[in-house]
Design a protein around this ligand. Structure first.
Ligand code: ZN
Length: 473
């Protein structure tokens, strides 16, 4: 097996940092060594097949984006990134594992939907990937099928309190699914927004001629996120199911999570870069139809209510445990523009899979989170939350050699014609400047990004079977 030595860098984990060399044999890390170590008298740097000089740089575990939607069908169209383009962009940005969603549509067998997603991803991915299961039709058959998921290496399923008539589950369905969650240890992931109430507001706004993208954010009011978050927590409380609330954007929803956690509950929250940086006024409210670029659900929140500052604080205090992207890109032309004159027809989603590590690193530079916390919320906690820890999310002997060398002296300009590798005709992050840069990315010991070049290959990424959640109280 080929050996690689990453030498001279500062290795950063969720709990600390220090100078160390990392020795990789084939696909695994075999040792963390004192810088310049010799083994049996041999200088490792002289004997390793490949030496990566990380002097002056941080060496961190590869990013894990636990919420992506490659080729996701939504609103009569399909997300613009497929597993090939999406995982290539992820690799460029220092993410070495994604967890995507197999989507059970109404009336479809759960097992068949999972098979479909396996077929879509197989042979296409540049980095490793796992699946969560979306349950779009909670009935006897799908509840039974959920029980087989752990045996398939899938330990989480997602329900929607939003999108009536599409993915929506009512309280009775949620209760039954959570009972299975409690029984099997499967994590219930929840899209927590009150969909029926949102639909009333949407039709009233449209009747009033309020059709611009901005009103997407008005219809999806924070009260409806807080209410649904609270309801999900109470149903989880009743059943004993662990609960993970996806894409939390409202500070009031964070307060619900914090309150449940203060009571010792296994309730967790995820946020996304867009809820830390972007706002209802500046992006969704952009002139003309421009705001469509930032139509996603939950929506961007008001800067005047300071949701964004609260979310950074929640990341510091662990009221929110981790950051994923909800990567679900749609082009303006031919996709987002389906909603000209009717914001409710704009496909929901933002493309960020390439920029999550950089955008969160900027939080370190800005003094909002520590370097260690950056590693924790982008890699270590996602690994623990979704049953990958030990193999992923940590640089230690025996772990997969998913490694990012990050240059704090480098610089990243985000946008089309610059860093952009996602399959989109615009960037939701156009013009963002990052005081740091992804230097080298290894996926299971192989350099996939290095020297400013993409060296990965589709099909090198493997499906990862996940263990149960390793984060439970
Ligand atoms: Zn999503």
């Amino acid at each position: 097996m080929a050996t690689t030595l990453i030498t001279g860098g500062t290795v950063v984990s969720a709990t600390g940092r220090g100078a160390a060399d990392i020795l990789i044999d084939g696909e695994r890390i075999v040792a963390l060594l004192e810088p310049g170590s010799t083994v049996l008298g041999a200088n490792l740097a002289a004997t390793a097949d490949t030496v990566i000089d990380a002097t002056g740089k941080y060496v961190v575990p590869g990013g894990i984006d636990a919420h992506t939607h490659m080729s996701m069908p939504f609103g009569g169209t399909t997300a613009a990134d497929d597993f090939e383009t999406g995982t290539r962009a992820a690799a460029w940005g220092g993410t070495t594992t994604i967890i995507d969603f197999a989507v059970q549509k109404f009336g479809e067998r759960l097992q068949d939907s999972l098979q479909t997603w396996h077929e879509m991803a197989a042979g296409q991915c540049a980095i490793d990937y796992g699946f969560h299961q979306i349950v779009g039709d909670v009935d006897k058959a799908s509840l039974q099928a959920l029980r087989d998921l752990p045996g398939e290496g899938i330990t989480s399923f997602k329900l929607f309190m939003a999108y009536p008539g599409v993915f929506y589950s009512d309280d009775a369905q949620i209760l039954r699914a959570m009972q299975v969650g409690a029984d099997t240890g499967l994590m219930t992931m929840m899209h927590a927004e009150n969909g029926p109430a949102i639909d009333v507001l949407v039709s009233q706004l449209l009747e009033q001629g309020k059709t611009d993208p901005y009103y997407h954010g008005i219809a999806r009011a924070w009260q409806l996120e807080e209410e649904a978050t609270h309801r999900a927590i109470m149903l989880a409380d009743l059943t004993g199911a662990p609960l993970y609330v996806v894409h939390v954007s409202a500070k009031q929803a964070v307060a619900q999570l914090a309150s449940a956690r203060d009571r010792g509950r296994n309730v967790f929250g995820e946020t996304c870069p867009q809820y830390l940086y972007l706002s209802l006024e500046d992006q969704l409210g952009a002139p003309g139809f421009e705001g469509a670029k930032w139509v996603c659900s939950t929506p961007l929140r008001s800067k005047h209510e300071h949701h964004q500052d609260h979310m950074w604080q929640a990341l510091r205090t662990n009221d929110v445990q981790m950051v994923a992207t909800d990567h679900c890109p749609f082009c303006m032309k031919g996709q987002k523009d389906m909603g000209v004159g009717d914001f409710s027809k704009i496909p929901n989603g933002i493309g960020s899979v390439e920029h999550r590590m950089d955008l969160m690193y900027q939080g370190v530079v800005d003094g909002k989170i520590t370097l260690e916390r950056w590693v924790e919320i982008t890699s270590t906690t996602p690994a623990r939350m979704f049953g990958l820890y030990g193999r992923k999310g940590v640089l230690a002997p025996g772990a997969d050699a998913d490694v990012v060398v990050y240059d704090p002296a480098g610089h990243t300009s985000i946008g089309l014609g610059k860093t952009h590798h996602m399959n989109m005709d615009h960037s939701a992050w156009e013009g963002y400047e990052i005081d740091g840069r992804v230097d080298t990315v290894l996926s299971r010991g192989k350099v996939v990004v290095g020297g400013g070049e993409y060296r990965g290959r589709k099909g090198d990424g493997r499906f990862v079977r996940r263990d149960p959640c390793q984060y439970l109280i």
